[in-house]
Design a protein around this ligand. Structure first.
Ligand SMILES: Nc1ncnc2c1ncn2[C@@H]1O[C@H](COP(=O)(O)OP(=O)(O)OP(=O)(O)O)[C@@H](O)[C@H]1O
Ligand SMILES: [Mg+2]
Length: 341
């Protein structure tokens, strides 16, 4: 739509319904205008206009995912890496002025779906000048998802698309790469790939690229094994939380989710549980500046986490900091009640 409008045409949607309109496909959100929506970026179409915006969007997405799904070790970190790569590819290769991104979560199935799209030159055109000389769009896609294949060996590694398909495969998910008027649907765990030689495009000169993937959070993806002898990407998200003693510090106030309801308690618990799975380190929950927490928040977050880990597990891995007397009473009561239940 953005492409058609940019070329001076108008679009009118004749029949629609509120459910589909709420994802804002007709008027995508932007980082500049809709900063407030980054707290809950799910279920909306985002337009990103620069590499800086890629950073803000992926950061907000991974924060949100850490609060809304339980991720087995390594999977969220690999996904984060892969999202940066896929969104950045739009500026590296597509020649389109902007890209589009959307994700959805299916909490019961612990699944994430996301799509990254641009209306750029497509993978075939991008690889045309390279040593690979693909003869068709399907050829180009097949090449691009291989490790080390890039249009430019000097500036790029050729890991982005390979990594994304690899993560989808390792997490028993799936991924479709649609570009230059063809598409391949990869289901690598079964070794399957379905090819679609002809997909309709608006303008053959700007056929674009769409990556559409499903990732299963209940399967662990070991980044180190995936990268083999290469250096695995460092988990900056975890490193940023480390204090001088090497513990991971979660500042509840900074999470800006509030500490009043069951829903926010569940978000906070998922986030803590994800950190415990992703790292062996001790977790310090910093409640400085939090005047009071509700009993339902405390039960949902700390009561349930305590129950899941057991008293020894909890005490060995989770510590509190900056807790005032009122908050302390609420948390201790919630833990005691949940353990007795
Ligand atoms: N959105 C896109 N539009 C057009 N071509 C693309 C797009 N994404 C990837 N490509 C093509 O596919 C090739 C492989 O992409 P991939 O992300 O795997 O590696 P890379 O971007 O070249 O290297 P790096 O690992 O450093 O990101 C690119 O070199 C480019 O030719
Ligand atoms: Mg890339």
């Amino acid at each position: 739509m953005e492409y058609v409008r940019r070329h001076g045409r108008q679009i009118r949607v004749l029949e629609t319904h509120a459910g589909i309109e709420s994802c804002r496909y007709q008027d995508p959100l932007t980082i500049a205008r809709d900063q407030h929506a980054l707290q809950t970026p799910v279920g909306r179409v985002w337009q990103f206009n620069s590499p800086q915006e890629v950073y803000a969007l992926v950061d907000a997405t991974v924060d949100f995912l850490s609060r809304s799904l339980l991720w087995e070790a390594g999977t969220l970190h690999s996904l984060e890496w892969s999202l940066y790569e896929l969104l950045d590819n739009v500026f590296q290769h597509s020649q389109a002025p902007a890209g589009f991104f959307m994700f959805q979560v299916q909490a019961e199935r612990r699944r994430l779906s996301f799509a990254v799209a641009d209306q750029g030159i497509g993978i075939l055109e991008s690889l045309r000048g390279s040593k690979y000389m693909p003869s068709s769009a399907l050829d180009a896609i097949t090449l691009a998802v291989q490790r080390g294949v890039t249009r430019n060996n000097e500036t790029n590694m050729g890991n982005g698309l390979w990594g994304a398909t690899e993560i989808a495969a390792r997490s028993l998910g799936q991924i479709t790469v649609s570009s230059s008027g063809s598409a391949i649907f990869f289901k690598r765990e079964r070794g399957d790939a379905i090819t679609v030689p002809r997909v309709g495009v608006l303008d053959a000169a700007w056929p674009g690229t769409i990556i559409d993937a499903q990732i299963d959070a209940s399967v662990s993806v070991d980044v180190a094994t995936m990268f083999g002898t290469l250096d695995a990407p460092v988990n900056l998200r975890l490193e940023n939380l480390e204090d001088d003693a090497g513990a991971l510090v979660v500042d509840v106030k900074q999470m800006r989710i509030g500490a009043g309801t069951r829903a926010t308690g569940e978000s906070a618990r998922l986030h803590l549980a994800n950190l415990l799975k992703a790292s062996e380190r001790q977790l310090v929950v910093d409640l400085s500046g939090v005047g009071i927490v509700s009993s339902s928040f405390a039960d949902e977050c700390f009561g349930k986490l305590h129950k899941q880990l057991g008293p020894e597990g909890f005490n060995a891995r989770v510590a509190f900091r900056g807790v005032n007397d009122a908050v302390n009473v609420v948390i201790r009561n919630a833990i005691a009640q949940r353990s007795a239940a």
